[in-house]
Design a protein around this ligand. Structure first.
Ligand SMILES: [Cu+2]
Length: 124
């Protein structure tokens, strides 16, 4: 009985620690188009990121960095679906891409930021 109690106490401590760690790594980003980690056969023309709540466009930014450096993006907006959307102005050539985002969502004053990758492979 004592051992069981000790084991339960230990389990509780571990769960609490895990909870703290995943909490500090919280991100409001739910998904994206292109998808996080995706390999695409068609070059994307827009970036669209979906969040847990409505992003504040004024406090948001998106960057796209590819094999030829940073891309020119235009017209950051929301489609009012808890998303941020932007148009990619210059051609997306095959390679690895990084999307860097920063935003504050409705009901949370924190500015969150993060990044994810996708890859574009032209289909020959
Ligand atoms: Cu849009």
């Amino acid at each position: 009985m004592r051992k069981l109690r000790a084991a339960l106490a230990l389990a509780l401590v571990i769960f609490t620690l895990i909870g703290c760690v995943s909490n500090s790594g919280y991100t409001p980003l739910l998904r994206a188009e292109p998808e996080v980690g995706a390999t695409l056969n068609r070059a994307p023309r827009t970036l669209r990121l979906f969040y847990a709540a409505l992003p504040d466009v004024e406090r948001s930014s998106l960057r796209l960095i590819g094999p030829n450096g940073e891309h020119q993006l235009r017209g950051l907006h929301t489609m009012a679906a808890d998303d941020l959307m932007i148009e990619i102005m210059d051609p997306v050539t095959p390679g690895e891409y990084v999307v860097e985002w920063s935003t504050a969502v409705e009901g949370d004053p924190t500015v969150y930021s993060g990044s994810f990758n996708f890859r574009y492979q032209s289909s020959q």
